[in-house]
Design a protein around this ligand. Structure first.
Ligand SMILES: Nc1nc2c(ncn2[C@@H]2O[C@H](COP(=O)(O)O[C@H]3[C@@H](O)[C@H](n4cnc5c(=O)[nH]c(N)nc54)O[C@@H]3COP(=O)(O)O)[C@@H](O)[C@H]2O)c(=O)[nH]1
Length: 501
């Protein structure tokens, strides 16, 4: 039994590490959004307040809804019919010294939209659970519980409520794991005696623990971040995720998916963005939003970028040769941009697979250009070789027209936050149209990212945007699916076993 405990504890702890990065991003944004709202002077519902709430949700991509509620009036960044605010005035589950927490806003039935909510003063912000579920899957029967009131009450953050206490021996005195006939309960260590976090899972398939733990840890951070006790923990986790990445590369757990980029007029696919995926041996996935920052900080990103390039050309080489207009864009991180290595790697692979340089584009973010002068030189070299350079996530950094003019780039990708804003902002008053006009003035091609709705595609088209990418057209596809998308099923090269992943 001791061994089982040890094994489960280790596995859960490893999976937890993966989530901390996401949670840090998520809850930091929620708290910052609330701090911004509390700092501004408006305290009543008005068009100005609506615009303030909208600005907050644009600025912080993890904030789904921002709400003003002073006990009498309530308004949100969304129109009333789209608001998902849980009953205004509902008592918070946890009252911290600064922030209030609603751990389970279960009134919203769609789990993708239902969210955790934080409050401060007269403002509340919610986040969609989709931001957590894309990092891990919660298998049926699993729950993340926050245990309060001296182990008397267990509130489900995710999953269903559970009978409490779960076993006669609860709370465990000899460790964090309790295994009953049907369940495994893992008590996550927190630094605060006011609450405990407990992951409760059915015993049937222990391999599912990893994904279930993923769902628990959102709660961990929710509270840990609130209390500011996480820094050390994070550092340790990053270190160990870095170790895991190395093993994952060796074990071949990474794959590449391709999200089509389409011509908004014809809806034909003109290219794709290569997106790395990490599937663990037990089938659970870790989002690149979690491991890419770690790989960047450990330097392992170089190996990942090389892997993506190599796999893209292996999987799509014949397709690219047969369709010379088609291209694939590869994401570069800062350390890929700042050193000449990537140019050599891509040149070797292109020669090997007989693919033209213009069919491999590179996406760089403003964050990826730590030293703009060096970045300019390196990007120019890639451009001179025939590669197109795309600025990714445009509008979320510090770019200005002047800055853009000096960079050797071909295309701007407008970030999803601005495309989302088109949903309830007149196109003429949103940020996207300004970016589009600016790009056109500089003769840059524009690709709009994260298009989920037809009206967004129509608006963008009417603003003169030629290309788009997003779930409205396709989610990221595996190599086989992408080839089918282009060829309509006609074979243009051998099929590989790993294509199906
Ligand atoms: N340096 C590298 N970074 C990489 C690589 N592969 C991915 N990434 C970066 O990780 C971030 C998260 O990527 P991912 O989870 O793959 O998400 C991408 C799309 O799946 C998602 N997307 C696309 N359309 C939609 C949509 O309509 N709705 C919606 N909710 N999400 C959508 O957006 C992500 C693409 O983002 P971007 O790169 O900004 O275009 C991300 O930052 C990746 O860049 C890699 O190999 N190297």
């Amino acid at each position: 039994m001791q061994q089982v405990h040890q094994r489960e504890r280790e596995r859960m702890s490893v999976d937890g590490e993966r989530l901390l990065e996401r949670l840090e991003q998520l809850f930091t944004q929620l708290r910052r959004g609330l701090d911004d709202l509390n700092k501004q002077p408006l305290r009543e519902c008005s068009p100005l307040m609506t615009s303030q709430l909208q600005k907050t949700s644009f600025k912080y991509r993890f904030i789904y809804e921002a709400i003003f509620y002073d006990g009498t009036q309530v308004c949100s960044n969304w129109p009333a019919n789209l608001s998902l605010t849980p009953s205004p005035g509902r008592e918070p589950d946890i009252k911290g010294p600064v922030y209030r927490y609603w751990l389970n806003t279960a009134e919203q039935p769609d789990d993708n939209l239902a969210g955790l909510m934080l409050g401060r003063g007269d403002f509340e912000v919610t986040t969609s659970r989709g931001h957590l579920s894309d990092a891990v899957d919660l298998p049926p029967g699993g729950s993340l519980l926050v245990v309060v009131d001296d182990d008397q009450r267990a509130l489900p953050v995710l999953g269903q409520a559970q009978d409490w206490p779960p076993s006669p021996g609860w709370p465990p005195s000899d460790g964090e794991v309790v295994v009953t006939d049907y369940r495994v309960l893992y008590r996550l260590p927190t630094d605060n005696s006011d609450y405990q976090l407990v992951l409760s899972m059915p015993r049937a398939d222990t391999s599912q623990y990893l994904s279930q733990l993923g769902w628990m840890l959102p709660g961990i951070l929710l509270i840990a971040l609130c209390l500011g006790a996480l820094a050390l923990h994070m550092a340790r986790q990053r270190q160990s995720l870095g170790g895991e990445l190395q093993g994952a590369l060796r074990r071949g757990e990474f794959t590449v998916h391709y999200q089509p980029i389409v011509d908004l007029n014809t809806r034909q696919c003109v290219g794709a963005e290569a997106l790395i995926r990490w599937r663990h041996a037990d089938g659970t996935m870790t989002s690149p939003e979690l491991f890419i920052p770690v790989a960047e900080s450990t330097g392992q990103i170089r190996q990942l970028t090389d892997f993506v390039l190599q796999r893209t050309l292996e999987q799509l080489g014949p397709l690219l040769r047969a369709n010379p207009q088609l291209y694939v864009s590869i994401n570069l991180s800062a350390c890929d941009v700042m050193v000449p290595r990537i140019g050599k790697v891509v040149a070797r692979l292109l020669a090997l697979h007989d693919v033209a340089p213009r069919q491999i584009a590179f996406e760089v973010t403003e964050r990826g250009m730590v030293d703009v002068e060096i970045a300019k030189l390196k990007l120019q070299t890639l451009r001179d070789e025939g590669h197109r350079i795309l600025i990714d996530d445009f509008g979320t950094g510090y770019s200005s027209l002047a800055y853009l003019q000096t960079l050797p780039v071909d295309c701007l990708k407008i970030d999803k936050v601005f495309i989302d804003a088109l949903g309830y902002d007149a196109a003429s008053s949103g940020v996207a149209p300004h970016i589009i006009r600016m790009a056109h003035a500089l003769n840059l091609t524009v690709i709009a990212e994260g298009i989920e709705h037809e009206y967004q595609a129509q608006l963008l088209r009417s603003e003169g945007v030629s290309y788009g990418q997003g779930w409205l057209f396709d989610k990221p596809l595996n190599a086989h699916q992408f080839r089918e998308r282009i060829t309509g099923g006609r074979r243009q090269g051998p099929r590989r076993a790993e294509d199906q992943v």
